[in-house]
Each structure stands twice: as C-alpha cells, then as structure tokens.
Design a protein around this ligand. Structure first.
Ligand SMILES: *Cc1c(COP(=O)(O)O)cnc(C)c1O
Ligand SMILES: [Zn+2]
Length: 433
C-alpha cells in the first residue's frame, strides 16, 4: 500500500493509483491525497535539511512510486532578497522584504515545469508507458522532451504553431517528435485529450495530470524552507492553467498540517497578461467561474484561454484575501527589463507578467512594503528573446584601436549626460533669473 492515492476533489471518491484525471461519478478533477498521520512520523525539518539540495528532499510529500530513484537533480532554485526591485515597485526605500524565487534557473530546462514533469514521469514508468506526451505552451514541451531523453522514454509533443523558436528548438534537440498544430493551446489540448483515448501514452497534463500537478508543490516547500521554515505574507504567482498557484497553497497547508511551519494566513495574488486573463477577469468581476478567452499576448507560456484549474485558482485567491491583476504586452517587456536592470535576472514573458502585476499590487496598497512578499519567477528570458527584438539597437563596430575606443567612450558619456546637462543649465538659468 502506498501512502497516497487519487481522490475526487468534489465527491471525495478514491480511485487508487492509475493514469486518470477525472472522476467518472461526477466528472470533477482528481487530486492526490496523502495519509498525513502516517507522514507525521517520518517527516521532520532536520531530516529534510540534511538531504541533497533538490526537490527530491520532499519525497514523502510527493506521489512517487515505491521503487523510484531520481535520475536528475531538479529544483531547489535560489530564493533571495530583491531590495532594488522592491524600491522601484513600491516607491519606498524601506521595502526590504521582497523576495524572488528564481525558477529561471531550474534544471534541466530553465523553468518550473521541470518540477511537474519530474513527478509525472516517475509515474509514467510505473504505469508501464514507453511513450510520454503533452500539449504545451512551450516550457512543458522542453521539460517533457529533456526528462524523457534522460529516462529513455519516447516523447510526442504537441504545440501551437506560433511558439517562440527557442522553445521549439529546445524541444527538438532532445530528439522528441514535435507536432505543430495550426491552432491555439486550447485547441491543441482538446486534440491531446482525443489522442489520449486512442493511444496508450502517458500524457503528463492529461491522464497523468494529478501526479504532474503535485510537482508544483515543491516551489512552496522550498519557499518556506528557504525563509527559515516560515511562510511569507504574500505570494505573487503567474497563472496559465492555474495549477501552480493552487499547489503552492496545498504545499503551505501540508507544511502546517505536519507541524513543519507555524500556521499563518498567506495572501495569494495571481498574475496574467491582459491579452489572456480569464482568471484575473473572473476575480475582478467576483465570478466563481471562468469565461474562456481567445488568447492574444506575447506571454505565450501563459496563453491558456480556458484554464483547467481556473475555478480552483479563483477559489485559492479569494479565500486567501488576495487579488489578481493583469498587465499589457508593453508592460511585460518593461517589467522584463526592470527585473534585469535592478536584480540581474533575465526572465521570460511570464516573469515580466509577475513583476508588472506586483508593481500594480504595490501601487494599489494590496501589498504593503513591510510585508514579506515572494514573486515566483518561473521561466528564463533566453527562451523569449523575440519579444525584445528592436528594443536595443545594434552598435556600429569600432576599429580595435585605443584611440577609437576613447572617442567612443567620450561620445557615449556625452550622450548619457545630456539630461543632466540640461537640468543643470535650467537650474543655473533659474538661479540667474
Ligand atoms: C506553465 C507556466 C506557468 C503557469 O503554470 P500553471 O500551473 O499552468 O498555471 C507559469 N510560468 C511559466 C513560465 C510557465 O511555463
Ligand atoms: Zn467525483
């Protein structure tokens, strides 16, 4: 007997362990339930802290097959203070309590999707699949392809045809079969549900979805441990299908249940791009349900118009006393640059969405400067460089001569000083007058 099994989120019926995501009785989604009383005896802060710095340190709280041995050190990404970003977002110098959880450097494929795939594929093997698959907005494609290569599994990846070139290449390179679909993510996903009925494949976000989703909890476990086994006041989390935000909530609840952290009310804030904001729109209008949208945004990793966990994401946000915001595409680009220039982190469009929304939430006083706030940066900027095309002009090359460089330096400094020179001249004129 394993210490976890599938359970219907609505009617509570249990389904054991099998590749299935929906309850046949009431058509609600399934999730993994654990025997927490049994876990209490085996889990402690000390035991976890002594383990290697990767997400497998929380193995007891993940649905892993009994014989499973991890083959990749995934997760345990840095959490660090972001004082300069805090000052820019909140407008006060006192905002020393802003943190970045940086999954832009999650291994092996530079997004938090490595976490969910690591758990899903552990079960794919156990269920006897030799082929794994997914519908993806990009990062999941990269993660499934890489982990499948490592595990010796075949991979079929379905993507909308307009995906960023780096995300397509970053799937091809692992030897996966890539199928580009002339349609948006929601159409790709529907197709995958049909294929899943025809082929005995492990679809990480269809028939393995309950196991996949559990991988997201490790973001929450790590945040708590890295804050010194305590919970923050606020979490700002980008949303696509809406799974990650609900699973960070589940992670915090489990840590409280197991006595690993003190109970605390954490506010959950969702972040979306305005061009695809079904969850934010519902939260703002007070609706408990999603109205599907047709995505139109550069934040393609978040472009899911009919989010599978939308209903639960709304619930998580509302019950926590949080809120959800959205930002325009130009704000996404500005926010990518702001994070890079203030903290040295190059994130993808999803991270731009998170930073942009965090700024709005500070300005609305929904997040206060002295509260401990964690921004979830979930993906890497090198995968979405196309959105910065045209932002930086290509400099004319100079000859490899010192004199040329000195002239270039002088010219650059003169240009940089123009606003200062003008201001000083104005001041002088005012004093003179
Ligand atoms: C998939 C993804 C998300 C959102 O994940 P959901 O669990 O579907 O809400 C956020 N950021 C990035 C970079 C992603 O790829
Ligand atoms: Zn049910």
């Amino acid at each position: 007997m394993s210490h976890y099994e599938l359970r219907c989120r609505e009617c509570g019926r249990t389904w054991g362990n099998q590749p299935r995501s929906i309850c046949d009785d009431c058509f609600s989604p399934l999730e993994v339930a654990y025997d927490y009383d049994a876990l209490k005896a085996s889990v402690s802060r000390e035991r976890i802290s002594q383990r290697a710095p990767n997400m497998w340190r929380y193995s007891e709280l993940l649905p892993l097959p009994p014989s499973f041995t991890p083959r990749l050190p995934v997760g345990f990404t840095p959490l660090f203070n972001a004082p300069q970003l805090a000052q820019k977002l909140s407008g006060t110098a006192a905002a020393g309590n802003l943190y970045i959880k940086n999954d832009a450097v999650c291994l092996p494929t530079l997004s938090f999707k490595d976490r969910v795939v690591a758990v899903a594929l552990s079960q794919a093997r156990a269920f006897g699949f030799d082929t794994v698959s997914c519908s993806s907005t990009g990062n999941l494609a990269n993660a499934v392809a890489a982990h499948a290569a490592r595990e010796g599994l075949k991979a079929w990846i379905f993507i909308p045809s307009d995906l960023e070139p780096a995300k397509i290449l970053g799937t091809n390179v692992f030897g996966a079969k890539v199928v580009r679909i002339a349609g948006n993510y929601d159409q790709v996903n529907r197709l995958c549900s049909q294929i899943a009925d025809e082929h005995r494949w492990g679809f990480v976000n269809v028939n393995l979805r309950p196991y996949y989703a559990e991988g997201s909890k490790t973001v929450g476990f790590e945040i708590a441990e890295q804050l010194g086994w305590r919970l923050p006041d606020n979490i700002v989390c980008p949303m696509a299908g809406g799974s990650l935000i609900t699973k960070i909530r589940k992670a915090f609840d489990e840590l409280i249940k197991l006595g690993l952290v003190e109970p605390k009310e954490v506010k959950f804030f969702g972040a979306q791009a305005t061009g695809c904001s079904p969850i934010s729109t519902a939260v703002k209008s007070g609706s408990p349900e999603i109205e599907p949208q047709k995505p139109n945004t550069i934040a393609r990793s978040l472009a899911i118009g009919n989010p599978a966990d939308g209903h639960y994401a709304i619930k998580t946000i509302k019950n926590s006393g949080g809120w959800s915001e959205d930002v325009s595409d130009p704000e996404v680009v500005d926010s990518i640059r702001l994070l890079a220039e203030s903290e040295g982190i190059f994130t993808e469009t999803a991270g731009g969405v998170t930073v942009g929304c965090a700024g709005k939430l500070y300005r609305q006083d929904r997040i206060l400067p002295d509260e401990t706030t964690v921004l979830c940066i979930t993906g890497n900027g090198l995968k979405t460089t196309d959105v910065l095309a045209g932002v930086y002009k290509t400099e004319r090359p100079i000859a490899p001569k010192l004199a040329e460089f000195e002239a270039h330096l002088q010219q650059t400094l003169d240009l940089d000083e123009v606003p200062g020179v003008v201001a000083a001249a104005q001041e002088a004129a005012e004093i003179g007058a």
